[in-house]
Design a protein around this ligand. Structure first.
Ligand code: ADP
Ligand code: MG
Length: 149
């Protein structure tokens, strides 16, 4: 079963990302859904910090994918807002990192061909500073995360 947790400010969202990072192994895929301003990129910052990545995480809105090295695992941070089909992903070679050496975190995913089950994170804006995180999908990751929260 999935579970829900609320954060009350951006720092708690970054902390939650750091906690999730401790659970991640190579080939894990995290899908982030939620409106603009929900906190997808800040949650990813937390994952990057938790992995020990020193670079500043910025939104991949225009680059489609940003790659971060130097941490426990490479981090591939996607934003698929401008993509609509699996074919476009294959044509751009964006699928190269899905079963590779690191962790993929994908904002606004559209891809349907993942070989392992992704962890889905739905973020809802409750009010100005409160966000509800709903975790579903990959049960192994959900269980690991629940155990350390
Ligand atoms: P997204 O990538 O989903 O568009 P961002 O992470 O870029 O969202 O931005 C989230 C915005 O919401 C930031 O300006 C952040 O300061 C603000 N914010 C307020 N409360 C929270 C919270 N609890 N969690 C995350 N962000 C929050
Ligand atoms: Mg974003």
């Amino acid at each position: 079963m999935g579970f829900e947790i609320k954060t009350e400010n951006v720092f708690q969202t970054i902390e939650l990302g750091k906690k999730l990072s401790e659970c991640l192994d190579k080939n894990d895929i995290v899908l982030l859904q939620g409106d603009l301003g929900a906190g997808k990129t800040h949650f990813t910052k937390g994952i990057a910090i938790g992995l020990g990545i020193k670079d500043m995480v910025t939104s991949p809105t225009f680059t489609l994918m940003n790659e971060y090295r130097g941490g426990r695992l490479p981090l591939y941070h996607y934003d698929m807002y401008r993509i609509s089909t699996d074919d476009e992903i294959y044509e751009l070679g964006l699928n190269d990192f899905f079963d590779n050496d690191g962790v993929c975190v994908i904002e606004w995913n559209v891809f349907t061909g993942f070989k392992s089950e992704p962890l889905k994170v739905d973020i809802t804006i409750v009010d100005e500073n409160i966000r509800r995180f709903c975790f579903s999908g990959n049960q192994r990751l959900i269980n690991k995360l629940k155990n350390i929260l």
